[in-house]
Design a protein around this ligand. Structure first.
Ligand code: SAM
Length: 347
């Protein structure tokens, strides 16, 4: 790599500054419902019309819209009518799109940015502020950020795990370690009516919301949840699959071995563990590789929560240490998740 100049470095820092302002602008736009409102006007909307419609201060709205135009979030049709740039409807408006990113923006901006702004103090004291010490709004924000992951399961993970599609159609028993508010199990239960699900989590707010949602959808016969750590799960040989979705890195390191052992014990012979998580670099040379981008982001953002992301070799050692074999790994989304599949009683 060529030696960067001071001018290059200044440019780089300004890019980060611009990204920071863009995130704040996005958050404001979401809070005011601007993206949805602009999107609803197929031929674009002028600032005076939009100000009138949403009851906003027109001069400020003008600055917001033109800045969003500068950031290439909005385009402008003749007559200074603003429209959402192509592709952004899915990302910022359509709540059910797998690409909807509003939950992630909210989590970063509303919850994690406050933490990160206070990192200097935490880095001096070494104190932690864990998931379990936070209030219901945090648990809800996390669930919002993962609410569409079922689509990745249905469209990418299930088809790529050999035989899983058939198992799900025929009917399979699932245990989800760290089910949060149960969205994944509920969505999968709706998609695959022959499957049943049992979820455990230590997030009492998540479990309460899961119970309510299961009741509302009348899925009590097929989806059950329990306020319990995976390391305490006592049952044996009941399940075809144990799934974990962005959970293992949040489990206390001292509880991980027991949780992995309980996952093994809970499976029937030949049953499979499907672990979805962000991999963390194992060496400094990996810290600039795309594969680890989300893991690095997540570990930084969550470091004061007592979360320790695992490297690929660490994940594998934990899983084989519990008795699993026949490990297979694939990535989902560039720089996002790794899916690690392991078999009870595998070779
Ligand atoms: C990022 S959240 C993901 C939740 C859910 N899988 C989803 O995709 O929305 C991680 C979850 O792991 C749970 N968790 C952490 N330690 C756990 C443990 N020992 N046993 C079960 N769940 C645990 C947390 O409470 C939290 O709900």
């Amino acid at each position: 790599m060529e030696r960067p100049t001071a001018a290059d470095q200044l440019q780089k820092i300004k890019t980060y500054e611009k990204g920071y302002v863009a995130m704040l602008l996005l958050r404001t736009g979401m809070e005011l419902g601007l993206f949805a409102a602009i999107n609803a006007h197929g031929n674009g909307v002028s600032v005076p019309e939009l100000a009138e419609e949403l009851g906003l201060h027109e001069p400020y709205l003008y600055v917001w819209c033109t800045t969003a135009y500068h950031y290439e979030l909005l385009d402008c049709a003749p007559g200074d009518r603003f429209i959402l740039q192509a592709g952004l409807e899915e990302v910022l408006v359509q709540r059910d799109s797998p690409r909807n990113y509003e939950g992630n923006i909210k989590l970063t901006m509303d919850c994690m940015s406050g933490d990160m702004a206070a990192f200097a103090g935490y880095m001096r004291s070494g104190e932690a502020f864990t998931y379990q010490e936070r209030d219901a709004s945090f648990s809800e924000a996390v669930a919002e950020s993962t609410r569409n992951l079922y689509a990745a399961f249905k469209n990418v993970i299930v088809p790529r795990v050999e035989g899983m599609q058939e198992d799900m159609e025929r009917g399979a028993e699932f245990l989800e370690m760290g089910c949060g508010n149960g969205t994944l199990m509920i969505r999968l239960a709706e998609l695959y009516p022959r499957c049943s699900f049992r979820g455990v989590d230590v997030d009492r707010f998540g479990i309460e919301r899961a119970r309510r949602a299961i009741g509302e959808k009348e899925l009590e016969g097929r989806v059950r949840v329990e306020f319990l750590g995976g390391e305490e799960f006592p049952h044996e040989s009941l399940f075809d699959y144990v799934i974990m979705v962005v959970v293992l890195h949040e489990v206390r390191p001292e509880a991980r071995e027991q949780l992995a052992a309980n996952s093994y014990r809970a499976l029937k012979k030949g049953g499979r563990l499907v672990n979805v998580d962000f991999p963390y670099p194992a060496a400094i040379s990996e810290f600039r590789q795309i594969d680890f981008e989300r893991g690095i982001f997540d570990q930084y953002r969550e470091m004061i929560m007592g979360h320790h992301l695992q490297t690929r070799p660490e994940q594998e050692a934990l899983i084989t240490g519990a008795g699993f074999g026949d490990l297979k790994r694939f990535s989902v989304g560039k720089g996002m998740f790794d899916v690690l599949v392991a078999v009870k009683g595998g070779a």
